[in-house]
Design a protein around this ligand. Structure first.
Ligand SMILES: [Zn+2]
Length: 121
C-alpha cells in the first residue's frame, strides 16, 4: 500500500470537495436572497409559485451541502487514519481493505464486510 500516493489523492479530493462546497454555499445564498422578496409579496400564507420553486432549489442545495460536508468528514477521517499509519486497513476488524475498494472510494476506512454490517445491507 502506497500511503503517500493515497494521501495525495485524499488531499486533492479534499480540495475539490471544499471548492464544490463553497460553490454550493454561494448558490444557497443567492437562492435565499432571491426568495426573500418573493416571500414578502405572497400574503395570506400561500407561497407563490416562484417562491416555492426557489425554496425547493434552496432545499436541494442544502441537501448537497450536507452530502459534501459528510464527504469532507470522511476524507478528514481517512487522512487521520493515514497519518497514524492505518490507511488501507479496516478500522473495525483490522483486515486489509481491498485495493479495488480504495480505488473507488479512497476515503474508505472500513472493509466492505464491516461497511455492509454498518449499513445493515
Ligand atoms: Zn472490516
Amino acid at each position: 500500500m502506497n500511503t503517500d500516493r493515497a494521501v495525495d489523492r485524499l488531499r486533492k479530493l479534499r480540495r475539490d470537495t471544499l471548492l464544490q462546497l463553497e460553490e454550493i454555499r454561494a448558490a444557497v445564498g443567492v437562492a435565499v436572497s432571491a426568495a426573500a422578496p418573493a416571500m414578502e409579496q405572497s400574503e395570506g400564507g400561500s407561497l407563490d409559485a416562484d417562491a416555492g420553486a426557489i425554496l425547493f432549489e434552496r432545499d436541494r442545495q442544502l441537501a448537497f451541502e450536507l452530502e459534501y460536508s459528510n464527504l469532507l468528514e470522511s476524507i478528514d477521517h481517512a487522512l487521520t487514519r493515514a497519518n497514524s499509519g492505518g490507511y488501507g486497513t479496516c478500522e473495525i476488524c483490522g483486515n486489509i481493505i481491498a485495493a479495488d475498494r480504495l480505488k473507488a472510494i479512497p476515503y474508505a476506512v472500513r472493509c466492505i464486510k464491516c461497511q455492509e454490517l454498518e449499513d445493515g445491507t
